[in-house]
Design a protein around this ligand. Sequence first.
Ligand code: NAD
Length: 476
Amino acid sequence: MTQYPSLHMIIDGEKVSGGDRRTFDVVNPVTGETLAELPLADAADLDRALDVAKKGFAIWRHSTPQERASVLQGAARLLLERADDLARIATMEEGKPFPEAKIELMMVVGWFNFAAGECSRLYGRELVRPVGQRSTVRWEPVGPVAAFAPWNFPLGNPGRKLGAAIAAGCSIILKSAEETPASALAILQALLDAGLPKEVGQAVFGVPDEVSRHLLGSPIIRKLSFTGSTVVGKHLAKLAADNMIRTTMELGGHGPVLVFDDVDVDTVLATAAPGKTRNAGQVCVSPTRFIVQEDVFERFRDGMAERLAATKVGDGLEDGVQMGPMANPRRPDAMERFVANAREKGAKVNTGGERIGNQGYFFQPTVLSEVPLDADVMNEEPFGPMALINPYRTEEDMIAEANRLPYGLAAYSWTNDVQRQRRLAAEIEAGMVGINSHMIGGADAPFGGVQWSGHGSEDGPEGVKACMVLKALHEG
Ligand code: NAD
């Protein structure tokens, strides 16, 4: 049986812990009990990591594409060998069911292999210069990267950030969420075991605001990659601006799902309901605002309520569990606030709406319907197992509701009318749009949003290029 590991930071290849460092209790969200103590970085640790990252960049920027690809492919193989252990550790610290954690790990494997292939496709271009001058445009690694990854995909978020920086030829200091450190450490360890120079990849933990101010305040860092909430993203973008640090911001969403009356409701529910309970709704691209045409509204609402009520909720390490606890105590607290506020404004609670038990951070899969637009949950990302279902008459009104909020990450729509599909593809303001599909990602596809959902992309060739800069070279 997998044991939760003891925790450390990784600075210059060394496992750093102890001394008089502050610590953070990593907790199992099923029980609320402490799994292990995490050491937090002090200023000297961060300064050391910065110096090492500078050396790491000097080494890695001169690596060959083959060397970078070999590390990424080697790490992918090690992750496959270690898959069951790592998925169990991710479940222990984050709460998601073990099969979901395993899929997440496989996504990292897919991404590392894809990024390895990209290493030899970082083409520039040659310009046409008839007078004998030779002009080329080339891609170069941007420099040391600071990456802040959240807890909801404890393996996937660090994997995305490490893979992109390493494929591009950058060094990276990763600060993953303090709530889920063991998964992040395991991904970095696989890269180090596969031959990544110790100066190139490091992991620190700390008080988030202290770490981000320290790293972004240093002229050594040239790129920030952040995934998290819009409010923290805006704060970090301001810090990054002081040193003109380039940023990739993958922030919150409020996923609209447009369901038209020409579709088979059960077909939509077959993916929308498990999509909603995936990771207890703690997914930035989670389907959230169900914008349903009035003729199918009641069937859709009742079908969603029935399916969510039947979801098997429990310890993600137990067989057959479909939804685990929420990842930390802030989430069920937020769910309770959203439900109370929506009720007060006149929304109906069709199923759920309450905590489960008095141990751990469980919350019932919940359907709220006819939710007034001024309810908090219609404007703030719920980040929980909560489906909001409202009826609409016209396509125009449905598109207007989809575009009402300043978020634009993922949007979904269901219709069999081909002309309407084209209009929706053009009109919906989002970085990723699924038409008759809730599957919107992939190692080869850019993942990112617009407006308050952030800027830049992870994954795809774009994710690697996000860690690079252009140089135009003109030779006489
Ligand atoms: P939060 O907004 O404080 O933190 C979100 C993430 O940012 C965490 O991983 C945290 O460690 C990190 N963070 C916070 N302050 C930071 C700082 N100054 N510097 C660097 N990193 C910092 O709150 P939370 O309770 O963890 O999450 C709440 C909300 O965040 C959710 O409701 C959701 O909207 C959003 N969120 C989004 C994603 C995503 O995938 N886009 C992931 C996790 C959380």
